[in-house]
Design a protein around this ligand. Structure first.
Ligand code: ATP
Length: 294
């Protein structure tokens, strides 16, 4: 039986700026994306019978076309019919609807896996061009590592690996819809924008402290007033010695960057012991040299 095990890793945004709202309702963004080593586990199995099945350890997740992993498999199997089907087993560890692109990353892993299992011979670039049909973050999740994302997130420029950091992720028990966040953002009235170009420069120079000092996410102007717990978690991280702490994507997960493992462990323990966050993880930046681990 042909089968493949894959890791679908989460992402955080080291910087997130919104330039403008477009005519089509989307926003033009500038973001610095970073993969972290928190991952969902997928097993893909080729079946004799055609058709796609998804089974997951998370009962609340749909197992049909609404699941992004399913959609990714469907996209390639329809374009390259083989007469066979695919069984997807998905073990979720990345919190859902958290600003960590868990669903997008599952989809990206399925694209990469189906390409390999069925011998489709598509290049990474060819997979990325198809990936955008599933979601704006999916091409980046195929690419992984450190990248500048522009447009709606699909125009990607690879950057050198960001300087190594220990990362604590903490998701408060609130539900923040991405549509609510963008719907309530006043892109034309933002008083401050993160300096994404300076942060790119800091990454190119391997300047970890400066990279962390330049962190900024304009979506916090919507989420922090609505959910003060986000700022409270940030404060705990900073008190525990984080170089920087901020919400990822449209939230509500907050991440802290640490230069030393001990400080990160301390923050992790503090947050685990408290009641601000339900899901707390200790991880690190993924460096693209380990990309064989997908
Ligand atoms: P992003 O950072 O890209 O906005 P997110 O981390 O906020 O993503 P996801 O966890 O990717 O959000 O999922 C958001 C929605 O997508 C959920 O409502 C969920 O039901 C749906 N979804 C579909 N497939 C998946 C999947 N494989 N894993 C997680 N969510 C999925």
């Amino acid at each position: 039986m042909r089968e493949l095990n894959l890791k679908a890793m989460a992402k955080i945004n080291l910087g997130l700026d919104v330039l403008r709202r477009r005519e089509d309702g989307y926003h033009d963004l500038r973001m610095i994306m970073q993969t972290v080593c928190l991952y969902d586990q997928l097993t893909l199995r080729v079946t004799e019978e055609p058709g796609i099945t998804v089974s997951t350890n998370l009962g609340s997740l749909p197992a049909d076309e609404r699941n992004l992993a399913y959609r990714a498999a469907q996209l390639l199997l329809e374009e390259f019919p083989s007469g066979h089907g695919l069984q997807i087993t998905l073990k979720k560890h990345i919190p859902v609807a958290a600003g960590l692109a868990g669903g997008s990353s599952d989809a990206a892993a399925v694209l990469v896996g189906v390409n390999r299992l069925f011998g489709l011979g598509l290049t990474r670039g060819e997979l990325m061009r198809r990936a955008v049909r599933i979601g704006a973050d999916v091409p980046y999740c195929v690419m992984r590592g450190t990248a500048l994302a522009e447009g709606i997130g699909e125009k990607l420029t690879r950057l050198p690996n960001a300087p190594a950091c220990h990362v604590v992720l903490a998701k408060p028990p609130v539900h923040v819809s991405t549509a609510y966040v963008y719907g309530n953002l006043h892109a034309d009235r933002l008083e401050r924008h993160p300096d994404i170009d300076a942060q790119v420069q800091a990454i190119r120079e391997g300047d970890r402290r400066r990279m962390a000092e330049l962190m900024g996410n304009v979506l916090e102007t919507v989420t922090v007033p609505a959910y003060p717990v986000i700022a409270e978690i940030r404060e705990v991280m900073m008190r525990c010695g984080a170089m920087g702490a901020m919400m990822s994507g449209s939230g509500p997960t907050v991440f802290g960057l640490f230069d030393e493992q001990e400080k990160a462990e301390y923050a992790y323990r503090e947050l685990r012991a408290g009641s601000l966050a339900k899901d707390v993880f200790l991880t690190r930046f993924f460096q693209t040299a380990d990309s064989s681990s997908l």
